[in-house]
Design a protein around this ligand. Structure first.
Ligand SMILES: [Zn+2]
Length: 375
């Protein structure tokens, strides 16, 4: 059986149960991979008139199917385009009407109601179950189903909390330069569901980090240490790709559990702030795994090339950081640096054709000079 959906229900695991949804003449048939965990003996057959459909997921390309009684509700997250198409074609208008309306509403606004509805059903499931993830796959499946809006809410709360305790550089050549780099890079991200926001924070720490949802912080220590704008843009491209691959969210869910993430997102504003404080330490010192670093390095390299920014900058900066490991100053501590990573990047670059480069409009020495003057 090839699962094409994830099913949530009170007697299913918090991370959902993989299942296969098929469209039949009277409705849908739902089959589960592991029948021992399913209360039904064969397939759940649900007639069209008992289904409630809505759109959801990253890029809103998933179909959310809801059925069952209030006490025993089932929620399916389906992302098989062929089956979604078949269902939309076969179901009576009364059923799909709701879907079209939801899809429009989703596109139009931040749709709080859908969020709280989704949240309530998933939370109810999660709370009833101990949330200990057995595998990365379960985490990834769960993460893939968290809407971008939630991810932004979580990231933004931690971001604002962090910035509130820092000296933010609000204007000047450094901010303008970072803005130019950001625009050059984000212009090249196709189907970008995020609105990247980069803030320059005054600190000697040589680092930059990205929070879930597209909130990025660059410390002036990194700007001072970088020998060109291309080096900084290289780090930003790496950070943006952590966000695009949802690495932060994966780590958070792994560390504090899906239930905790959901309760943070569901809490009232006060609760959200309180809980965010508790985990913002985790968010800010989140160490990415080796596979995630490699992924962000390689996709970061590709994004730089698309943006016509000299990708040698990224390699040079990482090379210097790798050499200086063990120094008392904190060097990109949230992104463990190694000589092997640099070698991997160099090997990747060697396979790519010669790059077309467009220089930045700013003078890097001037940008750095402005940072020491305004101190
Ligand atoms: Zn990283």
């Amino acid at each position: 059986m090839n699962p094409n959906a994830l099913c949530f229900g009170s007697d299913y695991p918090a991370t959902g149960l993989p299942c296969r949804v098929e469209v039949i003449s009277i409705g849908i048939a739902v089959r589960f991979e592991d029948r021992s965990t399913d209360a039904q003996d064969d397939a759940d057959t649900v007639p069209f008139d008992r289904l409630s459909l809505s759109a959801g997921g990253l890029n809103h390309d998933q179909l959310i199917i809801r059925y069952g009684s209030e006490a025993d509700a089932r929620v399916l997250y389906l992302n098989d385009p062929a089956v979604i198409h078949a269902l939309r074609a076969a179901a009576p208008t009364a059923v799909t009407e709701n879907l079209e309306a939801t899809a429009t509403a989703v596109r139009r606004k931040r749709h709080r109601r859908r969020i709280s509805w989704f949240a309530a059903s998933v939370l109810a499931v999660s709370l009833g179950t101990a949330v200990w993830f057995g595998s990365d796959l379960a985490v990834n499946l769960a993460v893939a189903r968290i809407p971008v809006e939630w991810e932004q809410k979580l990231g933004e709360a931690a971001y604002q909390d962090f910035l509130g305790r820092q000296t933010v550089v609000k204007e000047g050549p450094a901010v303008d330069a970072v803005r130019e780099m950001t625009r050059r890079l984000t212009d090249q991200i196709s189907d970008d569901p995020y609105r990247f926001e980069v803030t320059v924070v005054r600190s000697d720490v040589v680092n930059a980090f990205a929070l879930p949802g597209g909130y990025v912080v660059v410390f002036t220590g990194l700007l001072q240490k970088a020998e060109s704008g291309e080096e900084v843009a290289g780090v930003l491209s790496h950070e943006f790709n952590h966000v695009l691959q949802r690495h932060g969210l994966e780590r958070v869910v792994k560390q504090i559990g899906l239930t905790a993430v959901l309760s943070i997102l569901l809490g009232d504003q006060q609760g959200l702030i309180g809980l965010t404080r508790q985990i913002s330490g985790e968010l800010l010192t989140l160490k990415f795994g080796r596979a995630q670093e490699t992924e962000a390095d390689v996709t970061g390299l590709r994004l730089l090339r698309k943006a016509k920014i000299d990708s040698n900058g990224l390699v040079r900066f990482f090379e210097r950081m790798a050499e200086q490991q063990g120094d008392p100053i904190e060097m990109l501590s949230t992104h463990p640096m190694s000589a092997a990573r640099v070698e991997r990047l160099k090997a990747e670059m060697a396979t790519l054709p010669k790059q077309t480069v467009e220089p930045f409009t700013f003078d890097w020495k001037q940008v750095q000079g402005s940072l020491s003057v305004s101190r």
